[in-house]
Design a protein around this ligand. Structure first.
Ligand code: KIV
Length: 289
């Protein structure tokens, strides 16, 4: 029997950075996807609040709640018992007070069985990050394009296009590192600025739309496999499969076969024995429609 894989640790992640060994992270929101991710050797599973968009059908991540994150995180943990699972803290759940923040984090860890939490924001959330780290909870930062602030940013725009922006992103990353974050996600950041930040941090950076020089990469599961009824390609995503098309075709074939009574076929049905058939129908044949 195969030995269960050793989950990643935050110490090992730092070593991976030093050895320039890339970290592979993907999102997952349910049991079967988490199982497949673990089997494929993914280093970190992110239960992202992107589930608001890709699973729950909202047009942003803002409506996602702690209850949603706990529910999906539990399912992911059941599918990936030996993987480092990071679960997002949703919109406005780590801003009002340290007590409220720690209470939400407690639920994600205790009820959602996550290994760590992720929070969007820079220097302004450093005190919350520090409080969580002091309470023994690993925290992953997230700067650049932060979808929870989409209305303040004014859309899904590339970050790090000016020197001021680059400096602000670096200051934010350093503040998160100083607060004890074990890594930082850089989302939609220009290649050069992401590389510059990655070089200056001791902790790993994990990029999405932030070029190849980050210490790791993360993609949303639904993007990797084109799992959407109306998939719109994104420049920074590489799709490795097209399960949206496969599922749509499978559904169409199923509907057609049901309508034509081609499904279920003989091999899918359970036959009663002759005695029962005789009692039910006498010597007559079972009527087929
Ligand atoms: O919620 C999410 O999936 C994320 C990734 C895009 C990093 O935060």
């Amino acid at each position: 029997m195969n030995k269960p894989k050793q989950p990643l640790s935050i110490v090992k992640m730092k070593t991976m950075k030093q050895k320039r060994e890339p970290i592979a992270m993907v999102t997952a929101y349910d049991y079967p996807t988490a199982r497949l991710a673990e089997e494929a050797g993914v280093d970190i599973i992110l239960v992202g609040d992107s589930l608001g968009n890709v699973v729950l059908g909202y047009d942003s991540t803002l409506p996602v709640t702690i209850d949603d994150m706990v529910y999906h995180s539990r399912a992911v943990r059941r599918g990936a018992p030996n993987t480092f699972v990071v679960t997002d803290m949703p919109f406005m759940t780590y801003h009002s007070s340290v007590t409220d923040t720690l209470n939400g984090v407690r639920r994600i860890m205790q009820e959602g069985h996550a290994t760590a939490v992720k929070m969007e924001g820079g220097a302004e959330i450093a005190p919350m990050v520090e409080a969580c780290v002091k309470a023994g909870v690993p925290v992953l930062g997230h700067i650049g394009l932060t979808p929870q602030s989409v209305h303040q940013i004014g859309g899904y725009r590339i970050q790090g296009k000016t020197m001021d922006d680059a400096q602000r992103l670096l200051d934010d990353a350093l503040a998160l590192q100083q607060a004890g974050a074990f890594g930082v996600v850089l989302e939609l950041v220009t290649d050069e600025v992401a590389a510059y930040i990655s070089e200056r941090l001791d902790i790993p950076t994990i990029g999405i739309g932030a070029g190849a020089k980050c210490d790791g990469q993360v993609l949303v599961f639904h993007d990797i496999v084109r799992y959407d009824a109306d998939y719109r390609p994104k420049r920074f995503v590489k799709t490795y499969a097209d399960i949206g098309t496969t599922i749509r075709e499978a559904f169409s074939s199923y509907v057609e076969e049901v309508k034509q009574r081609a499904f279920p076929a003989q091999e899918h049905v359970f036959a009663a024995d002759d005695e029962l058939t005789g009692q039910l129908y006498g010597s007559g044949k079972v009527q087929t429609p």
